[in-house]
Design a protein around this ligand. Sequence first.
Ligand code: NI
Length: 136
Amino acid sequence: MLKRFSVSLEQKLLDRFDQFIGEQRYPNRSEAVRDLIRKALVRQEWQADKEVMGVISLVYDHHHHQLQETITELQHGFHRQIVSATHIHIDEINCLEVIIVRGKARQVQELAERLTVLRGVKDGNLAMSSTGGELH
Ligand code: NI
């Protein structure tokens, strides 16, 4: 069930918020506020080391010495946190690996950090997600 509540804001802050809503293409203020609240709750879950989900993406040169083996080895060490992994050959040199992860926030972050700092990894990101504690 939807509940309503009112918010008091300084004019300047409201103007900036409306500008933000326009730039982000939110249909209205309510949708923007709901989204920002959910994002804050997801961030809190990660900080509190709750069960979370996320996506690690890596772009790397597969010719780089031992890199492919190290990436595979690391993933086997964290097999309980890995739901699935997809490998895409971008071109003759570069690969994209997308790893869907699930587990305690700290363990998932540790895996992401250990993968992204490897030499030869050109780009590494962790998209942190979760339900934000919402059951539906
Ligand atoms: Ni490849």
